[in-house]
Write a protein that binds this ligand. Structure first.
Ligand code: F6R
Length: 609
């Protein structure tokens, strides 16, 4: 949720950390701060607002070759300078940046206050800083002090700590929140996200859960919470150095929407078996005969990833004829799920770090269930903690509002359902027809992007509406919900996505003349029923924009505007129908003048439950 970075080496820590924070700003952006050590002194600068404010209001930066920084999305305590990270112990000797939550904070704070500690903020992190500070003051080395503090803490912590008495080192730990080390030539970085490191180095060490690392400019050592040494492998960072550059686009969201033809192409490269009319997801293959025993599939995720999970469940049950459903990971995690050995669980998460998704998958695994992961981030917690899985290869998604990850995730579920369908009773002929439809997608997605001017003029006209409804049926119900989520998230417009069938049971009462409605009417088995829903909407005066094939005259006669779809196989329609909805949300936010890539109250990757 927040972004953390540390540096020790020969260059200005301030410059290195500021650059890293700018790349991490999408992880949280309500306040930011940096601490460095210079001449044996701990120096600190923190500001409420974007990183730009911290930079402008610290014109000379801070001296020193070691330091830590943080960009925050508030969880404990309001957005104030006192609550910004880094936090210090009461003697101002150590400073800590922290991602995660200390669950037993009240108990620890009460104990420390009783012992004479004074706190300057409302945060749980300051309690952690005080525990580390007291441990170093008692003579412990910095790594031992961090181990001692973490052994008292319940919750999650990705942390980096500096001690003014040891300006040549940083200590980092990963307890349920990701931490990677960047290995340079006489310099070392620590970050919560490898994207922060990529311009500086292409070598990293990914800490495993429960590991603590002590790093200097030239060395790193890793131990666990029992102080047992771990040996680690240096891995290559595969993301290209310019993958996070904005290029000529005004916003990451628009860039990522336009990257979808490539992302979709990459997601299926090497995974289609044209001869057999099937797909082969490598991870799935590794399970061999175990997959024949699967009698049920449960997809789970949160937000946009829940909607791709719902598409996946629809495809799996319709085409592979395997009973399947999708569930909100947050609910699955807490409902003591009944797990059986013949169910395949599929966890979907762009970041691979969403706390509710990880909690659900840990709950299922502890009960002996088989969990597959679908994620975009190589080496993420989800990728590490599942039995097998697949990367969607959408490329880094920086805009908080997810777009290309959705289409790439849906594509992964298409491949999974196709593979299952071919393992069951789908014929090679039907498999090949689906496969050909998948192969056409990059071109067809590019065609949908050409509809941007029409989406833009609809946004100009309806951008300020008090309510917007999105309707679809069948596999397009979750797409309608995804369209509404985009509008809520970046335009702050009340919106709902639903089945056309659900309208009459209440929401139709909201419709009044001129209110915008988006209808998804692809030429599949749901079309006839959608026509009935269009008539109901038209009778109440809604302004209807329909996503439908261009020569569907019946649809054209019932709606105000058609955004054309190319002819396609019904299984792939969600990857096409969602594009105009993404564009409409983007242009609406542009018209309303909002900060498109950093919507209020949100941050990329929700690492708290
Ligand atoms: C919406 C959005 C969120 C995420 C959700 C899950 O645009 O980005 O709804 O989809 O927070 O995130 P991941 O996929 O990283 O688990």
């Amino acid at each position: 949720m927040c972004g953390i970075i540390g540096y020790v080496g020969k260059r200005s820590a301030w410059e290195m950390i500021l650059g890293g924070l700018k790349r991490l700003e999408y992880r949280g952006y309500d306040s930011a701060g940096i601490a460095t050590i210079s001449d044996g002194q701990l120096l600190l600068s923190r500001r409420v607002g974007p990183i730009r404010t911290l930079e402008e209001e610290t014109p000379d930066g801070l001296p020193g070759n070691a330091g830590i920084g943080h960009t925050r999305w508030a969880t404990h305590g309001t957005v104030t300078e006192a609550n910004c990270h880094p936090h210090r112990d009461s003697k101002n000797r150590v400073a800590v940046v922290h991602n995660g939550i200390v669950d037993n904070v009240e108990e620890l704070r009460a104990e420390l206050v009783a012992g004479g500690s004074q706190f300057r903020s409302e945060t749980d992190t300051e309690v952690l800083a005080e525990l580390v500070g007291q441990a170093v003051a008692s003579g412990k080395s910095l790594p031992d002090a961090v181990v001692a503090a973490l052994n008292r803490v319940e919750g999650t912590a990705g942390i980096v700590v500096i001690d003014q008495a040891r300006p040549d080192r940083l200590v980092a730990a990963r307890i349920g929140s990701p931490v990677v080390l960047g290995i340079g030539d006489g310099e070392t970085w620590v970050a919560s996200d490898q994207l922060a490191l990529r311009p500086y180095t292409d070598r990293m060490v990914v800490l495993d859960d429960g590991e603590i690392a002590e790093v200097t400019a030239h060395t790193f050592k890793t131990v666990d919470l029992d102080k047992q040494a771990h040996s680690k492998r240096v891995e290559e960072i595969l993301t290209p150095p310019d993958a996070t550059e904005l290029g000529d686009y005004p916003h990451y969201m628009l860039k990522e929407i336009h990257e979808q033809p490539d992302a979709v192409d990459r997601s299926m490269r090497g995974r289609l078996n044209a001869a057999m009319g099937s797909a082969h997801l490598g991870g799935l293959q590794s399970q061999g005969a175990r997959l024949f025993d699967v009698q049920r599939v449960v997809f789970f995720g949160c937000g946009t990833s829940l909607y791709s999970a719902e598409v996946g469940a629809y495809l799996m049950s319709s085409y592979a004829r395997v009973p399947a459903h999708a569930q909100d990971a947050a609910e699955l995690a807490v409902q003591n799920p009944i797990v059986d050995s013949r169910t395949l669980y599929v966890a979907i998460s762009q970041s691979g770090e969403t706390a509710d998704v990880l909690a659900a998958l840990h709950e299922i695994r502890v009960k002996g269930g088989l969990v597959a992961g679908v994620t975009n981030v190589v080496g993420s917690s989800l990728a590490r903690d599942t039995d097998f899985g697949t990367y969607v290869h959408a490329g880094p998604e920086i805009s908080v509002c997810s777009t290309k990850a959705f289409t790439a995730q849906v594509l992964a579920t298409e491949l999974l359902a196709l593979q299952f369908a071919r393992m069951r009773d789908m014929s090679a002929t039907d498999g090949r027809a689906w496969l050909r439809a998948l192969e056409q997608l990059p071109e067809q997605v590019a065609f949908m992007l050409e509809q941007a001017p029409a989406c833009r003029s609809l946004a100009q006209r309806f951008g300020g509406s008090k309510y917007t409804m999105f309707v679809g049926r069948g596999v397009n119900v979750p797409v309608a919900q995804e369209g509404a989520l985009k509008l809520k998230e970046i335009c702050y417009v009340p919106a709902e996505g639903m089945s056309g069938a659900a309208m009459k049971h209440g929401p139709l009462a909201l419709i009044e003349p001129g209110l915008p409605v988006w209808a998804l009417v692809p030429p599949d088995e749901t079309r006839e029923r959608m026509l009935g829903n269009l008539r109901e909407l038209k009778a109440r005066g809604a302004h209807i924009s329909a996503v439908a094939i261009a020569d569907d005259k019946e649809v054209a006669g019932l709606v105000d505007q058609v955004i054309p779809l190319p002819r396609h196989h019904p299984a792939v329609s969600p990857i096409l129908t969602v594009i105009p909805l993404q564009l409409y949300a983007y242009y609406t936010a542009l018209k309303l003048g909002y900060d498109i890539d950093k919507p209020r109250n949100l941050a990329k990757s929700v690492t708290v439950m």
